[in-house]
Design a protein around this ligand. Structure first.
Ligand code: ZN
Length: 137
């Protein structure tokens, strides 16, 4: 087996590519992580519009775990996410504080879901502002 240290889930949003790259490189995660990218990042895990959306994301994480056995699962949610705004689960146009608070609530649910589904794995959830500022939720 090819062992990875991390399985990282990101949003597809191009506005975050540089911040995501900086995060991965600055934390020495480059070439040690699987990366799954989908619109909304954790959104399909916590509030899928269709049930299969959740299954599709979990299948990708399960494959990462099966193929590369990462120690840590990491979700990189972000400010002003269109995936979360599809049905105004987190509306667009909020202040950063309002947006971060909403992501914090959903992030807790996402973290609990991953810990339950993948016992023994460490789970981390981060919030990225559009200006590149990052904090763990
Ligand atoms: Zn997004």
């Amino acid at each position: 087996m090819h062992k990875a240290k991390y399985c990282i889930v990101t949003c597809i949003d191009f506005r975050l590519q540089k911040a995501y790259s900086n995060f991965i490189e600055s934390r020495q995660m480059l070439s040690t992580c699987d990366v799954i990218s989908l619109a909304g990042c954790s959104r399909d895990l916590v509030k899928p519009i269709e049930n299969w959306h959740k299954d599709a994301l979990l299948r990708q994480i399960e494959l990462s775990v099966k193929l590369h056995n990462p120690d840590t699962l990491i979700l990189l949610d972000h400010q002003d996410c269109g995936g979360y705004a599809q049905d105004s689960t987190i509306a667009q146009g909020l202040t950063v504080d309002q947006d971060r608070l909403a992501h914090s609530e959903w992030g807790k649910i996402a973290k609990a879901a991953l810990l339950e589904k993948f016992p023994g794995k460490s789970v981390q959830v981060y919030y990225f502002q559009l200006d590149g500022k990052v904090e763990e939720l």
